[in-house]
Structure formats: structure tokens, C-alpha cells
Design a protein around this ligand. Structure first.
Ligand SMILES: [Zn+2]
Length: 141
């Protein structure tokens, strides 16, 4: 009962907290997140994807490391990881191939479902790492 109580408290704090915005899109439930995170290889790129804290234009701009937060595809779109994975037309082809493979649209609303399934998550993270590494490299120059 104490354990349940502390998990409920953790969930309340996580949900109502103002930090971890990107992580909550992928992992809105702390009990589920705990199970999933233990099975993921916590590489630098995987962590940058799941937190949104990394070499992405929007994040770099926040810390004045880049002049603009915009994506190359549209001056009105922020280059954040959710845009890159779910919306950016620069990766439309790769996203479509992934959607056919995993049988679910890669939208912000579906990310939590994709993360719950072992096979879907693995394919999705491979797709994410490819995109993230490309963008991180671009932003280094
Ligand atoms: Zn874009």
C-alpha cells in the first residue's frame, strides 16, 4: 500500500509538473515508463530523443547556441524532436516506411502507444536515432 501510494504521488507530481514536457508525450504514465526505460539502451541519442534536450534547433536556440529555433522545412515550425519525428516533411519518406512497418501513424498522440509495444518501439527508436543523429550533426556546423 505504501508502494502504491508513493507511485500515485509520483504520477501526480509528474503529471502536474512543468518540466519534462517532451518526455511526457512519449511516456505519460510513470509505472509504464519505469518498465519501458529499463528495456531501452540509454544511448546519448535515445536520451536526447526522449527528453527533447539535445542538438535540436529549438533547444539550442533556447540556450542561445543557435540564432533561430526554426526547422529548415518551414520558418514557422520549431525544430524540436516532436516536429522532426511526427511532422517534418524532410523525413516524410522514412516516416511513411515506418508507419507501414508498424501499422500505426506516427503522430504526437500515438507516440505513447508506439512506446508500449516492444517491436513498434524498437523500429520507432531506430527511425528516431537516424533522424536525430542527422539533425545533431547538421547543427554542429
Ligand atoms: Zn521540419
Amino acid at each position: 500500500m505504501i508502494r502504491q501510494n508513493s507511485l500515485d504521488q509520483w504520477q501526480d507530481r509528474y503529471t502536474s509538473g512543468t518540466t519534462g514536457g517532451t518526455t511526457k508525450i512519449f511516456l505519460p504514465d510513470v509505472r509504464e515508463a519505469y518498465k519501458i526505460i529499463r528495456k531501452i539502451q540509454p544511448t546519448s541519442t535515445a536520451v536526447q530523443i526522449l527528453t527533447g534536450h539535445g542538438g535540436f534547433g529549438f533547444y539550442l536556440h533556447k540556450f542561445k547556441c543557435k540564432d533561430s529555433p526554426s526547422c529548415k522545412c518551414d520558418p514557422n515550425a520549431n525544430e524540436d524532436i516532436i516536429h522532426l519525428l511526427t511532422d517534418c516533411p524532410r523525413f516524410g519518406r522514412e516516416r511513411q516506411d515506418l508507419e507501414i512497418e508498424i501499422g500505426i501513424k506516427v503522430t504526437p498522440e500515438n507516440l505513447k502507444e508506439i512506446m508500449k509495444n516492444v517491436e513498434k518501439r524498437q523500429s520507432f527508436l531506430e527511425f528516431g536515432v537516424t533522424i536525430a543523429e542527422k539533425i545533431i550533426k547538421e547543427n554542429k556546423t
